[in-house]
Write a protein that binds this ligand. Sequence first.
Ligand SMILES: Nc1ncnc2c1ncn2[C@@H]1O[C@H](COP(=O)(O)OP(=O)(O)OP(=O)(O)O)[C@@H](O)[C@H]1O
Ligand SMILES: [Mg+2]
Length: 234
Amino acid sequence: MSMKLSKKKRPRREDKIADLQWPLEEGVFDRNSLLTLEKFTKKGIFRTLDYCIAEGKEANIYRGTNKEGGHVAIKMYRLRSPSFLHMQKYVEGDKRFSHGAQSKQGIIFTWTRKEFSNLKILHAAGLPVPEPIAFKHNVLAMQFLGEEGIPYSQLCEVGPQNPKKDYATLKKLLEKMKRAGIVHADFSEYNILTDGTNFFIIDVGQAVLTTHPNAEEFYERDMKNLKKYFAKFI
Ligand SMILES: Nc1ncnc2c1ncn2[C@@H]1O[C@H](COP(=O)(O)OP(=O)(O)OP(=O)(O)O)[C@@H](O)[C@H]1O
Ligand SMILES: [Mg+2]
């Protein structure tokens, strides 16, 4: 049975429009992000967005497919990221990006640029990170880490195969990152992917140069997190 709402009770047209717009603005697919994605497709970076691999605190990660049938990972930072205040701490003090006060959107764009730049440095130094492909505004395209279209697992999901050896390997990776001039600053079992044998380090938006005033503190914290996680297995 259909019920007719009286004219008075019917939602106002403007409220309805506001309701419809809200989820888009809260999520990642706002108009500008769609335009950025369109630019990526025009450049041939990907042809289709297949599915959302993960919804993180700050970004969503999608698997994309290019025209050769290969896969790419597309990280889209939410423009209404609730954690943007936390981002400031890792941007200010990094001589590459601290250029005075920035708008909320500016911080998120800088963060995306920073993650791309960190991946470039780490990839060039031979560290196992996804190869960066392109970035624009709040969207970052990078190498897809996975097999047959399935992303590798996070270390926290599968646990270490050989705890002692894996701890030593990951400790060495942190040391190598530092020698390359970068401190991860959010190193944990959540930001390490594994194929069962090898490890891959991801999520380097917050990573800072070793010249950052808090770099040493962040490095110690990364080492402590690693030790704490492996203490459960060793
Ligand atoms: N290059 C990649 N290839 C395949 N999967 C990836 C890639 N990058 C990220 N992922 C997947 O997406 C998840 C979230 O990625 P990432 O940690 O970079 O995002 P985030 O928004 O910072 O997340 P969080 O807030 O949970 O830390 C990862 O745990 C991993 O499963
Ligand atoms: Mg993460």
